[in-house]
Design a binder for this molecule. Structure first.
Ligand SMILES: [Zn+2]
Length: 119
């Protein structure tokens, strides 16, 4: 009786490799940890034969992250905490961006006016 039970188990174990292949879990993978300037740790899973990038955008804050926890890449120069005036003083290209933004706002206002007429 007991012998029959173990025989069934044995057959299941023997069928293992084929079952794993069907589920796709046998494919070798590697886990790479990236660190951003905010000390977030992001674990990204790649296939072993995939080319692992040196940097990865942190999914939590969007900053670039690297595999070197001691030396994460610096955050981009454009930071959302600076005031609009600071941008204008720092760089002319930001002034151009501000002009574009003003145009966009004017367009939006015109659309709103049309909306008011309709209502
Ligand atoms: Zn982050």
């Amino acid at each position: 009786m007991a012998g029959g039970g173990s025989a069934i188990r044995g057959s299941r174990v023997g069928a293992g490799p084929m079952g794993e292949a069907e589920r796709g879990e046998a494919a070798p993978r590697q886990r790479v940890v990236y660190f951003c300037a905010h000390a977030h740790q992001s674990v990204v899973t790649f296939a072993v034969d995939a080319q692992v990038p040196d940097s990865w955008d942190c999914p939590r804050c969007g900053l670039p992250a690297s595999q070197d926890s001691e030396n994460p890449p610096p955050p981009p120069k454009i930071e959302p905490y600076k005031t609009h005036l600071a941008y204008v003083k720092e760089r002319r290209s930001d002034q151009e961006a501000a002009d574009i933004l003003d145009e966009a706002i004017q367009l939006l206002r015109e659309r709103r006016k049309r909306g008011e007429v309709v209502f």
